[in-house]
Design a protein around this ligand. Structure first.
Ligand code: SAH
Ligand code: SF4
Ligand code: F3S
Length: 482
């Protein structure tokens, strides 16, 4: 029997692989949204669906019945953009069949390429950057008058905090909740600061309210999203100075605690943590609350300090290992996952070997691994040469992928015999006789379905594993049917 992968250990996953057509909501005109890239984009598509719902648009999963098609795009690596271009190629036929069809590009490619997109992709009618979604109804109206419409203004304060997102995975148990937008870090390889603009945090009250609503609607897990969740701050400047003495300040550790209080039955996850900013306070809060999951995604990018300095990451190998040590000593049984880039500008064989040795020191549960892909306008593009030959990149990537595969398998084997609390997410992809869900450490667990239901918590004894999935059987039910 085959089981689904919960974690893909290659470079295809984060940043470009997700294509998420929307579920259906009611309304006269039909909107089809497809999201590429990271969870932020998926979360933004829900904001977009909400803005469009107010204009009488219902979402559809059937692209053929759409009046408006919006593609929410990613620019993180070159192949992320290539995928979108290929998809636009497919849509040419639809536009020919129905010239009134509106095709819009949202997200990071829209922001990066701006009006050039209209010239390069003739079928595109509308281009809207990540901070311009409130303007979508006007832009669509403009297209209706026969013009092309563009808004790529970035904002210093837009957080869409007042918009309650339309959940596109209706009946789901797990939802994304954005807590910050943008990024101020300027890692030299990264396009995000250019496509998403300055970092800003969302009012904690609106975050907690959104989580309460989700819980009331049957959701049992939230993932708090930010490019760097550890730099979340409310009513504080970047230097830590209080802005308004009459209202309380909130940092990420405090925010997590507020969300953990929504209900002991609402699981809390978060992504992404930044090694330079992750404090012990955050780790102590994780340890204190059973409903905050024991999983930290802490991208290392490279195991060599000189490469990290070229990447402008703001930490060294030693600093990173100190943070790993802090996690292991404060949070019981915490899964640690990471992102790595191989073949960054000037990376020598020795430097690459240090990434491999860091992997051995940490033994990550799971990793997303990428070949470096040069992005226009980034610091690296301006300062360094993308000089590691493609075949060496390929060889180095397969070395880290191979090592990670064995580490993931090792971790999964260590979980054999454990009894884990699992939140049921639905049927296993490969079999309707099996259900799947995650444990606190974010490992996917598959077990026979019996009479268990989506949204229930069950205790599962882990009996077998592959390098990507755990197999088990339910030994106890923790909550009644939702
Ligand atoms: N904000 C997160 C990462 C967001 S992008 C953080 O700082 O960790 C997700 C991942 O894509 C990054 O961690 C990095 O590993 C990878 N990535 C970003 N830019 C890249 C590039 N130019 N080439 C290859 N991988 C890249
Ligand atoms: Fe990009 Fe660095 Fe910001 Fe992450 S922290 S989004 S890698 S600039
Ligand atoms: Fe891609 Fe933009 Fe996310 S570049 S990874 S969609 S922030």
């Amino acid at each position: 029997m085959e089981f689904e992968q919960n974690k893909v250990i290659d470079e295809s996953k984060q940043g470009e692989a997700t294509v998420l057509p929307t579920n259906e909501t009611s309304g006269n005109k039909k909107l089809y949204v497809e999201s590429y890239g990271c969870a932020m984009n998926f979360s933004d598509s829900e904001v977009v669906a909400s803005i469009m719902a107010k204009e009488g648009y219902s979402t559809t999963r059937n692209v053929d019945e759409a009046d408006v098609i919006l593609i929410n795009t990613c620019s993180i690596r070159e192949n992320a953009e290539t995928r979108v271009r290929t998809r636009l190629g497919d849509l040419k036929i639809k536009k020919k069949e129905n010239p009134d069809l509106v095709i819009g590009i949202l997200g990071c490619m829209a922001e990066r390429l701006k009006t050039a997109l209209l010239e390069e992709e003739k079928l595109v009618d509308l281009v809207a950057g990540p901070d311009a979604y409130r303007d979508l109804p006007n832009l669509i109206e403009e297209v209706g008058t026969g013009q092309k419409a563009v808004n790529v203004l970035l904002s210093r304060d837009e957080t869409y905090a007042d918009i309650s997102p339309v959940r596109l995975d209706k009946g789901g148990v797990s939802a994304f909740v954005s807590i910050t937008r943008g990024c101020d870090n300027m890692c030299s390889f990264c396009v995000v600061p250019f496509t998403r603009g300055r970092e800003r945090s969302r009012d904690p009250k609106t975050i907690v309210e959104e989580c309460k609503t989700l819980f009331a609607n049957g959701y049992r897990e939230v993932t708090l999203l930010g490019q760097n969740v550890d730099s979340y701050r409310w009513n504080l400047t970047s230097k830590g100075v209080v802005k308004d003495a009459t209202i309380p300040t909130t940092n990420f550790a405090e925010l997590m605690e507020m969300v953990a209080h929504v209900s002991p039955d609402l699981r809390v996850r978060f992504s992404t943590s930044h090694p330079k900013d992750m404090t012990d306070d955050v780790l102590h809060v994780m340890e204190k609350y059973e409903n905050i999951c024991s999983n930290i995604h802490l991208p290392v990018q490279s195991g060599n300090s000189a490469v990290l300095a070229r990447m402008n990451r703001g930490y060294s190998r030693e600093w990173y290992l100190d943070r790993i040590h802090a996690i292991r000593s404060i949070v019981t049984d915490c899964a640690i996952s990471t992102d790595m880039i191989i073949g960054f500008c000037g990376e020598t064989e020795d430097e690459h070997q240090q990434t491999l040795s860091l992997m051995d020191e940490v033994t990550f549960d799971f990793a997303y691994m990428y070949k470096y892909s040069e992005r226009p306008k980034t610091l690296a593009e301006r300062k360094f040469e993308d000089d590691v030959p493609e075949e060496i990149k390929g060889k180095r990537l397969s070395e880290i992928v191979e090592k990670q595969r064995s580490h993931s398998h090792l971790w999964n084997k260590k979980q054999l015999g454990r009894i884990d609390k699992v939140l049921i997410e639905g049927f296993s992809k490969k079999s309707e006789e099996h259900l799947c869900g995650r444990n606190s450490r974010n490992s996917m667990v598959i077990f026979p379905k019996d009479n268990f239901k989506k949204g229930q918590y069950v205790m599962v004894k882990i009996t077998d594993c592959t390098s990507a999935t755990l197999l088990g059987e339910v030994v106890e039910i923790c909550s009644t049917n939702p």
